[in-house]
Design a protein around this ligand. Structure first.
Ligand code: C2O
Length: 499
């Protein structure tokens, strides 16, 4: 565990989280990376130190703080080619930012190519010492972290050459797992004491699969989604897509024993035999052995339409689909294995979009990559709809917007909009059914270019992205805190000057 003021060293190390040895790209030398633990309204000062040297994988890096809004500090968002040039090896970059009033469960990961699939991902939690809703949950312990990730035996330099879907070798829970035919590598153990209630922070650190979480014999009460407190909602299974986070309350009210925690992926190996895709929930006093529990019937199914913000924050703007100040349809497609949004496949521009904007590119059409940048004026309500026409394979696609949480006014699987008390989050499923039309709203109150993309990292790498270039006339606010080191990450012979 590290604090909000820290060095974060990125280095290569050989690890075997599922019993198979490979060189990985890691934060702090471990997988997942160290928990960054902050308190509400802490200032962050994280110095990312690039010590990468394994030439079989990318040597540059940049680190994104997923879910942190970077209000006034777009430059610190850590997104290669959108908000900064990548950090070359043997260089470092200091991210100084605050997260006013943001609390809950977040994560950090590489935002350079598909580097986080090589290991560069870790949890970030902002605790609220005086959580006003503690009585609602009645939690005895909120220290449990449950990260879910896919794992690959090949480096992404190999995986990225695969045409079509990439399949993970194993699933890791808290960085431990097994692969079919592999050794009986240790599994993650989550310790509980009978009678107590726990807040489990569930993090979808996946590169690709969506996972469905169940705990044999136990139900879960959702109290947070993506850093937003929810009206408590009890389920017995929880879909966790790449990039999504939940807090759930688990009451250890069963007989003292071991229970399987199961995370069923939507692709790849879906077996639970021999500990695959599982961790152990161990009651104090239970023997140190594998559980023999079986999964219960799913009764309390998850329904995103039921998730509502505890704050009861209505969606901004005039209620009614298409009645925002700015209404944008983003049509996802796929041509020759490249994903498209409104017929354009995203590719990295030669220089970061923020640098282009600061340098004074006058027209949205000047901004590169052309066709992928949507310019948004300040202080407007923007509504984005992502109709599912079935033209983008490999769903459910988790669609993520940087710089904001958004009000999901129409969720997948339910066409009735909710403008009254929608869930606000930062990563939402596009759904799997043709006819789904996920729609969300946010206000353009945060200047800078924000990446919007599918959080399946291989899909992002194949162009499933766009850039929301927001409130250009307020960029001087961002320049105020821009450190000199920022521009020095870019080659000096580039045609732009930040002014
Ligand atoms: Cu989790 Cu573009 O990020």
């Amino acid at each position: 565990t590290i604090g909000p003021v820290t060095d974060l060293t990125i280095a290569n190390r050989v690890i075997a989280p599922d019993g198979f040895k490979r060189s990985a790209t890691l934060a702090g030398g471990i997988f997942p990376g160290p928990l960054i633990k902050a308190q509400k309204n802490d200032n962050f000062s994280i110095n990312v130190v690039n010590q990468l040297q394994d030439k079989d994988m990318p040597l540059s890096t940049s680190i994104h703080w997923h879910g942190i809004h970077q209000q006034k500090t777009n430059w610190a968002d850590g997104t290669s080619f959108i908000t900064q040039c990548p950090i070359p090896p043997n260089r470092s970059f200091l991210h100084q930012f605050s997260a006013p009033n943001q609390t809950g469960t977040f994560w950090y990961h590489s935002h350079f190519s598909t580097q986080y699939c090589d290991g560069l991902r870790g949890p970030l939690v902002i605790y609220d010492p005086d959580d006003p809703h503690k009585d609602l949950y009645d939690v005895d312990d909120e220290s449990t972290i449950l990260t879910i990730s896919d794992w690959y035996h090949d480096p992404t330099t190999v995986l990225n050459k695969i045409i079509g879907p990439v399949t993970n070798n194993s699933t890791l829970i808290n960085g431990l797992g097994r692969y079919p035919g592999g050794p009986l590598s240790p599994l993650a153990v989550i310790n509980v004491e009978q009678g107590k209630r726990y807040r489990f922070r569930v993090l979808g650190l996946s590169c690709d699969p969506s996972y469905n979480l169940t705990i044999d014999g136990h139900i879960m009460t959702i109290i947070e989604a993506d850093g937003v407190e929810t009206i408590p909602e009890t389920v017995d299974s929880l879909p966790v897509l790449a990039g999504q986070r939940y807090s759930v309350v688990v009451h250890a009210n069963q007989p003292v024993a071991n229970y399987w925690v199961r995370v069923l992926p939507n692709l790849g190996n879906q077996s639970f035999t021999g500990g695959l895709n599982q961790a152990i929930l161990r009651y104090k006093g239970a023997p140190e052995e594998d559980p023999t529990s079986s999964p219960g019937p799913s009764v309390l199914s998850f329904n995103e339409a039921k998730l509502a913000s505890l704050m009861n924050i209505p969606a901004p703007g005039v209620p009614g689909i298409g009645k925002a100040d700015i209404n944008i349809n983003l049509l996802a497609g796929n041509v020759n294995n490249l994903f498209t949004i409104n017929n354009v496949s995203y590719h990295n521009p030669p220089m970061p979009v923020l640098l282009q904007m600061l340098s004074g590119a006058q027209h949205p059409s000047d901004l590169l990559p052309s066709g992928s940048v949507y310019e948004l004026p300040p202080n407007k309500v923007v509504e984005i709809s992502i109709p599912n026409t079935g033209a983008a394979p490999g769903g459910p696609h988790p669609m993520h917007l940087h710089g904001h949480k958004f009000a999901v006014v129409r969720v997948a699987g339910n066409s009735t909009p909710n403008f009254v008390n929608p869930i606000w989050r930062d990563t939402v499923s596009m759904g799997t059914t043709v006819g789904d039309n996920v729609t969300f709203r946010f206000v353009t109150d945060n200047a800078g270019p924000w990446f919007f993309h599918c959080h399946v990292d291989f899909h992002l790498n194949n162009g499933f992205a766009a850039v929301m270039a927001e409130a250009r006339n307020q960029l001087p606010i961002v320049s105020e805190s821009l450190p000199d080191t920022w521009a020095s990450l870019c080659p000096t012979d580039n045609p732009y000057t930040a002014s």
